[in-house]
Design a protein. Sequence first.
Lengths: 161, 148
Amino acid sequence: MTVELFRIDDRLIHGQVVVGWGQPLDIGFIVLVDDTVAASDWEQELYRMGVPPEMDVYFHSASDAIAAMPKYLAESRRGILLTGDIATMQRLVDGGVVHNVNIGGIHSKPGRVQRLRYVFLSPDEESQLRALANNGVKVSAQDLPGARDVSLPDLLAGSEL
Amino acid sequence: MSNETSPPTATTAPRAIVAGHGEFAAGLVSAVQQITGRGGQLIPVAVHQLSVEDIEDLLRRRMIENGVRVIFTDLQAGSCTMASRKILRGMDDAVLVAGANLPTLLDFVFSEARPAPEAARHAAERGRAAIVVHGVAATGGSGGGEGR
């Protein structure tokens, strides 16, 4: 067992993660990588209360997460790693600990264009995703296990809209 | 019909927000309206394609616009619940009920005599108690007819 999913999702811990992925994959732990949450006890408590008691949640800043990853990759349970944005995932990729990236949800904001029902991207974010792929990382979008795994070229083309 | 037996006039002013995944809120409020005619007490909020920050902004705006201090959500782990808990951090007089169901909301709309936050707490207990499992299999197949 190991970290099964490296997911970018700006809602972080929510129903799709805990129930949608958590139950079919029998997830035992979540690694939440976010500098703001890692610095806030209150936010950590907020997210911890969103998961069932048998599921552990570990919080890290991006820099701490790279050092801690070997421990999670050697876990006997299955886990999910979450970041709230592409830039944080990029830092983990640069640290050599991530090779597959799942885009689970990046929602509407000014300056972003809709590329998929649950993915909206700015031009800068599209460039960041292309850079990840150019570095050999498999990047695709899939909100739930039963949904189609949309490749990065299809995602950026908006052909699944 | 005498005045003693006339039903009290139903409150139609908004008293709470209902928020959740998909069409959860609109569906539940529609059901409350169909059963009681009191759906106007509940403001359904859908949050399709919104980030947690935008959900928080939307729920806060609806609370202020309507002067309500109660939020019902569908799932403890859901983003509406997360956003609501952030809002409630600065509102000591507000109440969030996560995991709300139809019996919860039915009890709430009939608890007009209570302040809305107190009515929400009461309704949460009624909603929890209203979940009943029927059938022989529910008791392990050893007889009986109903588990609770």
